[in-house]
Write a protein that binds this ligand. Structure first.
Ligand code: SF4
Ligand code: SF4
Length: 186
């Protein structure tokens, strides 16, 4: 009699759990909404005119508690600059396997170039594929940010921002040549 009672009790528990609201969802067919403060994959923004906002200052690298960021800066070619500053990040890498998504790099960035997006689907089959470089991190689209003219005084070779804007002259020797091994864009 006690065995039958146990079976009935077990079945009742099973039925109760079956009829409860499910806490799991059929991912990836369904996705839960993320908080607006969710921190996912990093992105390096571009200004509205397409120039990179990152000036290779390396502050994000210093701020990262997980040593996940590697930045090597190089002097901009005055005739074809990547950023409005004197330097740009010719090599920029984030090891996503080390990152703890704390957001300190984003806070440290003085140009607001670096930010963490809502993207979280980053699965890969090798460790190397999770070390993101410039080809993945630098946005392909311009943002709404305009170059702050008070921060970046024009220098020789900088592309005019406005049609007909004059390019100020500056002595060429002020800008040392980019070392050969750094001249290759990643
Ligand atoms: S989110 Fe945090 S751990 Fe990840 S790269 Fe930025 S500073 Fe480093
Ligand atoms: S992302 Fe920001 S903090 Fe990092 S090197 Fe570029 S400008 Fe500096």
């Amino acid at each position: 009699m006690s065995a039958l009672k146990g079976i009935v009790k077990g079945m009742a528990t099973t039925m109760r759990i079956l009829l409860e609201r499910k806490h799991t969802i059929q991912y990836p067919d369904r996705r839960r909404a993320r908080s607006s403060r969710f921190r996912g994959r990093h992105e390096l923004r571009r200004y509205e005119n397409g120039m990179e906002m990152c000036v290779g200052c390396e502050l994000c690298q210093v701020a990262c508690p997980a040593n996940a960021i590697t930045v090597y800066a190089a002097e901009n070619d005055p005739n074809a600059p990547h950023s409005p500053g004197e330097r740009y990040a010719f090599r920029y890498e984030i090891d996503m396997l080390r990152c703890i998504y704390c957001g300190l790099c984003e806070e440290a960035c003085p140009t607001e170039a670096l930010h963490l997006t809502q993207e979280y689907e980053m699965a890969a089959f090798s460790r190397g594929a999770l070390v993101y470089g410039r080809d993945i991190l630098v946005s392909r689209e311009p943002s709404a940010f305009a170059i702050p003219e008070e921060v970046y005084p024009p220098f020789k070779g900088r592309r005019p921002l406005v049609e007909g804007e004059e390019r100020p002259e500056r002595e060429a020797e002020e800008r040392p040549a980019v070392p050969a091994q750094r001249a290759v864009d990643a």
